[in-house]
Design a protein around this ligand. Structure first.
Ligand code: ATP
Length: 368
C-alpha cells in the first residue's frame, strides 16, 4: 500500500536543532505489533539500524514494509512496541517531533510551488528567515544536482527530477533519519538506476541512517548495507546482500532473493541428495524429502551430466540464461557465458557444481 503525505513529509524535531552531519543515529523498532485484523500488519517486528546505515526493507506486496516505515515515522498507530532513536523512546512523539525526513513513491510536490519553494516548505514551517530558507533550499537542490531548477514548477520537471526535489525537501531540515518508500518505482529503468546510485552516494556522504522500502530485489541488493527480508508482517532474515544471497536461512529467502531452481530431492545425514549428487547444505534441515534450491550459476553445460533439451535461451549482456527440460521432465535454468550460444532444441548435458544449497523439508510449509 502506498501513501502520500500532504503537507510534504519534511519533519524535524524541535529538540534537535543542531544535528551533527555525518554522525548518524541508531534507530530501533522493538517488538512492534500492528494488527489490522485478518492477520495483516506487523507481528512482533524488531529491527535496529546502526548510525549511517542504509537498510532496505524487501518483501512481497502486503508484507508490511510501508506499515513498518509509517510506524517508525509515527504516521501509524501501533498496538504495542517501542521506537527508539539514539536510544530515546520516541513512541509517544508525534511525527513532527521525531526528526525524520520521508520520500514517498508518488511525487508529492505542491504543484503551485516552485521546486525551491517546495524545498523551503519545511523551513518555512519552522519559521526560518526568508534569506536563510532560500540559501538552504538552494544548497539542498545543489546536493541533488538541481541547482538550476529552483524556479521550476512540478509540471516542468521530469519524474526523476521531481523525486530529486522530494529528496532535497526531505534533507533540507537535516533530519536524523531518512525514510524512502519505493521512491524509484514510478521511474523508468535507466533513471531508476541512476537515481538509486545517487541516493546511495548522498546518503553515504551525509551519513544519514536510512530505511529504503522496495519490492525489487535487485534494487535492495544494489543499494543497501543490509537488507531485511519481510514476509507476513515479520522479518524473515536480515543480512548483507551477500549473506542473503549466499546463506539464505529459509526457503522463502532463497526463493525471493535471486533466482533459484527448485528441485525435488532429499536431505540425508546433513546433506542434500539431488539428481544422484550429494551437495552440502547452507543450513541444516531434518532428514527427509526436501525442496532443494539450486542457483542457475551453480549449473553448467558439459560433456556429461543431466541430459535434456534447450527450451529457450536469453541474452543478458554479460551472460545468458538458458532453460532446459531434462529427460525426466524437470526444468532447470542454467546461467552461462554469453559466448556459449544455445538454441531451442539443442541437446545438452548439465553438471551441478558442489556449492552449498538451501533445502526446505517438503512436509513443512513449502515456501517458508
Ligand atoms: P506494497 O509493496 O504493496 O506497498 P507493503 O509491504 O508496503 O505492500 P503494507 O502497505 O505495509 O504492505 O500493508 C501490510 C498489510 O496490512 C496489507 O495486507 C494491507 O492490506 C494491510 N493494511 C495496511 N494498512 C491498512 C489499513 N489502514 N487498514 C487495514 N489493513 C491495512
Amino acid at each position: 500500500m502506498m501513501v502520500t503525505l500532504s503537507p510534504p513529509a519534511v519533519v524535524r524535531s524541535d529538540t534537535h536543532t543542531q544535528h551533527d552531519r555525518g554522525s548518524g543515529s541508531t534507530v530501533e523498532l522493538r517488538n512492534i505489533v500492528r494488527d489490522f485484523g485478518g492477520g495483516a500488519g506487523l507481528a512482533d517486528f524488531s529491527l535496529r539500524a546502526e548510525p549511517g546505515e542504509l537498510i532496505a526493507l524487501l518483501g512481497p506486496s502486503g508484507c508490511g514494509k510501508t506499515t513498518a516505515l509509517r510506524a517508525l515515522a509515527g504516521l501509524e498507530r501501533v498496538d504495542s512496541g517501542t521506537v527508539l532513536i539514539d536510544g530515546a523512546d520516541v513512541s509517544d512523539r508525534p511525527t513532527n517531533r521525531r526528526d525524520i525526513g520521508v520520500v514517498f513513491q508518488s511525487y508529492s510536490l505542491f504543484p503551485h510551488l516552485t521546486a525551491g519553494q517546495n524545498v523551503e516548505f519545511g523551513l518555512r514551517m519552522r519559521k526560518v528567515t526568508p534569506a536563510e530558507r532560500h540559501r538552504r533550499a538552494a544548497q539542498a537542490l545543489d546536493l541533488v544536482g538541481l541547482d538550476h531548477h529552483f524556479g521550476r514548477y512540478a509540471h516542468q520537471l521530469s519524474g526523476g527530477q521531481q523525486q530529486r526535489v522530494a529528496l532535497a525537501r526531505a534533507l533540507v531540515t537535516q533530519p536524523r533519519v531518512l525514510l524512502l518508500d519505493e521512491p524509484l518505482s514510478a521511474l523508468d529503468a535507466k533513471v531508476r538506476v541512476n537515481l538509486r546510485e545517487e541516493i546511495r552516494r548522498l546518503q553515504t556522504e551525509l551519513g544519514i541512517t536510512t530505511f529504503f522500502v522496495t519490492h525489487d530485489q535487485e534494487e535492495a541488493l544494489a543499494i543497501a548495507d543490509r537488507v531485511a527480508v519481510m514476509q507476513s508482517g515479520r522479518i524473515e532474515q536480515v543480512g548483507t546482500p551477500e549473506e542473503l544471497y549466499r546463506q539464505p536461512q529459509s526457503s522463502f529467502v532463497a526463493n525471493f532473493v535471486g533466482l533459484s531452481n527448485v528441485v525435488v530431492g532429499e536431505v540425508l545425514g546433513g546433506a542434500a541428495q539431488v539428481f544422484g549428487r550429494e551437495l552440502p547444505l547452507i543450513s541444516q534441515v531434518e532428514d527427509g524429502p526436501a525442496q532443494v534450491y539450486v542457483r542457475p550459476e551453480n549449473l553448467s553445460f558439459g560433456e556429461d551430466g543431466l541430459a535434456g533439451t534447450v527450451l529457450t535461451s536469453s541474452f543478458l549482456g554479460a551472460h545468458r540464461r538458458t532453460r532446459v527440460r531434462l529427460n525426466d521432465g524437470t526444468e532447470l535454468v542454467v546461467q552461462h557465458s554469453a559466448r556459449d550460444i544455445k538454441e531451442p532444441g539443442d541437446h545438452v548435458c548439465i553438471a551441478l557444481n558442489s556449492e552449498p544449497v538451501m533445502a526446505g523439508n517438503s512436509h513443512t510449509k513449502g515456501k517458508s
